[in-house]
Design a protein around this ligand. Structure first.
Ligand SMILES: Cc1ncc(COP(=O)(O)O)c(C=O)c1O
Length: 459
């Protein structure tokens, strides 16, 4: 039988958006043209995407932090081609696969002390879900605490510890015993933990939705309170791990030693879906406590050869290219460049982040004419100004960015860790121009707002 992927793509390319609208996500298919993201992408390499007309775009979404190595990294691609060429038996299931053992060994080396056991899954949600399930299993306690604004996924388990009403609304009842605590409030946390019924506290060391960085004492104290009260302290590093913040794990910024760490996204090198939970052996032992329970928690594709090969190659590339150190240095330059804009553009309220995870928060303008435009936009939809900036960056500067969460005027930047001075300069210059333009009520930024407001109001 003949099957050619290239022929299929060529034959059906023109149907791309119609197919998506008919069979996958009609709502997203409608949104993309409204915000100017209805491109037909032809190619991706490093930090860039090219459309069918050969136009180049700088990608600061990076697959929500899947492309820490950049797109199409040749070393990871070669490892996958080699894995296929070797024709090794994959997913025998009743087996102890070598590559899974090797990847676990490499990850354990990069963890805080004591996290000796790895469980491999398919994505971030299943890594977090596994963490919570194991915490319950190991402690025999029912409750889970999470932080306001948290994002740990949208499956039923992880949705139950999702701090965004937008995501939760309409899907209840969610898991009983899952409760939010305010970020930074150690008294509330202590009060909850003292009830001695909390299996786990799960935190993103830097919150992805909004790029909120906690006060320096918060996470170390939260960890201590968990220790004192027999609660498993889980750091969800799905987005912030793998070098994103200038450390291999973001929790290293505060010298944390969590009981569990989750990873996913860029561990697959931008090619393979993967999730990983690293945990203390004593927690594992409590769950897998008898030989007949050796498969009490499993997932079919978890240790598959291609994902494991991609993970091993990814870690090797990170070492070779010193990506963690590069993210720290480049991130510092980018943060400083953007922070300098704050002095010149009154609508930039804050520039924050660590390494190459950066958030820019906007605030209402002072000028009367602009104030009215801002108010109309906000009345139609919260966070609409940030969307206008995203649209301008895309249209006028060919830079892909994202609004940093539901209902917030925050833009989040997650560039590949491989970017250099050229990209830093381009990003800062683009923001400078867009924010200058945003100070003119009849300028290109606000001109897009009428259409967007109409769409928002028509919903
Ligand atoms: C911190 C965090 N945890 C978990 C998840 C869920 O990961 P996935 O989308 O791979 O299921 C995400 C996704 O963005 C995340 O940012």
């Amino acid at each position: 039988m003949d099957f050619s992927l290239a022929d299929t793509i060529e034959r059906r390319q023109a149907d791309q958006y119609a197919l998506y609208a008919r069979h996958i996500n009609p709502a997203l298919a409608r949104v993309l043209p409204i915000i100017g993201f209805d491109k037909v992408w032809a190619r991706g390499e490093g930090a860039y995407l090219w459309d069918m007309d050969g136009e180049r775009y700088l990608d600061l979404i990076a697959g929500y932090s899947v492309y820490n190595l950049g797109r199409d990294h040749p070393v990871v691609r070669a490892a996958l081609e080699e894995a296929l060429a070797l024709q090794r038996p994959n997913m025998v299931e009743m087996d102890a696969p070598l590559l899974a053992g090797l990847l676990a060994e490499e990850l354990v080396k990069r963890m805080p002390p004591g996290l000796d056991i790895a469980f491999f899954g398919n994505d971030g949600s299943d890594a977090v879900d596994t963490a919570l399930k194991f915490a319950r299993g190991a402690t025999g306690r029912p409750r889970v605490l999470y932080l306001e604004h948290a994002f740990h996924g949208v499956m039923l388990g992880t949705l139950s510890c999702n701090g965004g009403d937008q995501f939760r609304k309409g899907f209840g009842p969610l898991m009983p015993g899952f409760d939010a605590v305010p970020v930074g409030d150690l008294d509330v946390l202590q009060w909850e933990l003292r009830r001695s019924d909390v299996a786990a506290l799960v935190v993103e060391p830097i919150q992805g939705k909004g790029v909120y960085v906690p006060a320096d004492d918060y996470l170390p104290e939260a960890q201590r309170l968990c220790r004192d009260n027999g609660t498993v302290f889980v750091c969800d590093e799905v987005q912030v791990g793998m070098g994103r913040t200038g450390r291999f794990l973001a929790c290293e910024h505060w010298g944390l030693e969590p009981d569990m760490v989750t990873l996913a996204k860029s561990l697959g090198g931008g090619f393979m879906p993967i999730g990983a939970l690293l945990m203390r052996k004593r927690l594992y032992d409590k769950v897998f406590n008898r030989l007949d329970r050796c498969q009490v928690h499993t997932t079919t594709f978890g240790e598959n050869e291609l994902a494991m090969a991609a993970g091993l190659a990814t870690l090797a590339v990170m070492d070779e290219e010193k990506l963690v150190e590069r993210a720290a240095a480049t991130g510092e330059r980018l943060l400083a460049g953007l922070a300098a804009l704050q002095g010149r553009h009154q609508m930039i309220a804050d520039v924050r982040g660590k390494g190459l995870m950066i958030g820019l928060e906007f605030r209402p303008p002072k000028a009367l004419t602009l104030k009215a435009a801002w108010a109309a936009a906000e009345a139609a939809q919260k966070g609409l100004f940030a969307q206008l900036v995203v649209m301008s960056l895309m249209r006028d500067h060919h830079i892909l960015t994202q609004v940093g969460g539901p209902d917030v005027n925050i833009i989040k930047l997650l560039p590949p860790l491989t970017i250099g001075d050229e990209e830093v300069d381009a990003i800062v210059a683009a923001f400078d121009e867009v924010m200058t333009e945003a100070e003119r009520v009849r300028g290109r930024v606000w001109r897009q707002s009428g259409h967007l407001i109409k769409q928002a109001l028509s919903q």
